[in-house]
Design a protein around this ligand. Sequence first.
Ligand SMILES: Nc1nc2c(ncn2[C@@H]2O[C@H](COP(=O)(O)OP(=O)(O)OP(=O)(O)O)[C@@H](O)[C@H]2O)c(=O)[nH]1
Ligand SMILES: [Mg+2]
Length: 425
Amino acid sequence: MASDKPHMNLAVIGHIDHGKSTTVGRMMFETGAVPAHIIEGYRKEAESKGKATFEFAWVMDNLKEERERGITIDIAHKRFDTPKFYFTVVDCPGHRDFVKNMITGASQADAAILVVAAPDGVMEQTKEHVFLARTLGITQIIIAINKMDAVKYDEKRFNEVKKDLTDLIKMVGYKPDETLFIPVSALQGINIKVNSPETPWYKGLPLIAALDTFKEPAKPTDKPLRLPIQDVYSISGIGTVPVGRVETGIMKKGMKVSFMPANKDGEIKSIEMHHEEIPQAVPGDNVGFNVRGIGKGDIRRGDVCGPAEAPPGVAEEFTAQIVVLQHPSALTVGYTPVFHCHTTQTACTFTQLLKKLDPRTGQTKEENPTFLKSGDAAIVVITPTKPMVIEPVKELPQMGRFAVRDMGSTIAAGMCISIKPKQMR
Ligand SMILES: Nc1nc2c(ncn2[C@@H]2O[C@H](COP(=O)(O)OP(=O)(O)OP(=O)(O)O)[C@@H](O)[C@H]2O)c(=O)[nH]1
Ligand SMILES: [Mg+2]
């Protein structure tokens, strides 16, 4: 479905059973994305299977095992609209065994809703998800303090949980005074679409209206051009046509460009999007373009196109902050899995383990650890086995995030803090 509204990827995160799926199901119902008769059907079915109250969660939990166990295992994508945005919502699992799925979900998101159950307050995966969300670059967050019905809509309990959350989010770098805290009952539909009489003491926005306070993800046109190559075609009568998505900056006709790490230069002759020639391409545009001076064999997937005067950075080695999701034993110096970063997949070696961090606070736990295991966060030095473009997230967030994979599973996720540039010319 096309839309004129700006698009936002929204992750819903938080501890197991705190009501993430129910919140998403409820928002989809209230925005008209799911009709009432579907919910009613789920309600009857859930009740007959001894899973009463899961009718809204079932909008998101489609797997048989998810419904039987009453938990989310895999991430699910659904769409709904608010007056300002259209959202793709990524419902993340809270169970600790499925944190890797949560990471995949969070790494796709522009913003997040953190769901915290009022009776429990801050729990283990509340902390872990908040830290991961921040590590993975989610800068905008709204907090729904859920299950307010279960604490009789008590303002005092709301304020206690809000206080603990304020401390938590401040610790990882979110600004509490710019963050909305909303008392809700996803199950009862309280403060979701409109403010309800159950919480007369709450004067803020209901949840759905709060989502429209998110800022549209910026189009970083003021940064240097970065266009990671997805494919390279040779078209008769035209020449070499690389294709890819502009991540940052602007590509213009006539521009002199460099491809790294191929270390080839060319000039943009034409740019095409949706089979139409366009004078320039901006972040988010998927384009094909024709370059003078480049042969088909000169560049390939994983190379990055940038301005000749500010070419993409190639790393001799780089320092990164990572979170280890799962490793069968222990991750040590010498380990060489595949790093997935923009469009490149490059084998890289862990050459130094500088420090282990507390995944909940980001504080240093141990200097120069001898190994890392599942659940650890760390600062490490990585040496690519062949030249690759990667850049510090502080400068170009789109070029600095990566996933580490080995034998079909995700081992870690992280971001580049700094690079030791390789001299290319
Ligand atoms: N009383 C009350 N119960 C709720 C509310 N929201 C959710 N629940 C219940 O909490 C249980 C878990 O809800 P889910 O939505 O599956 O929780 P979740 O956070 O998605 O769980 P995972 O995905 O497994 O981490 C279900 O029994 C829901 O009915 C609420 O507002 N009030
Ligand atoms: Mg769930």
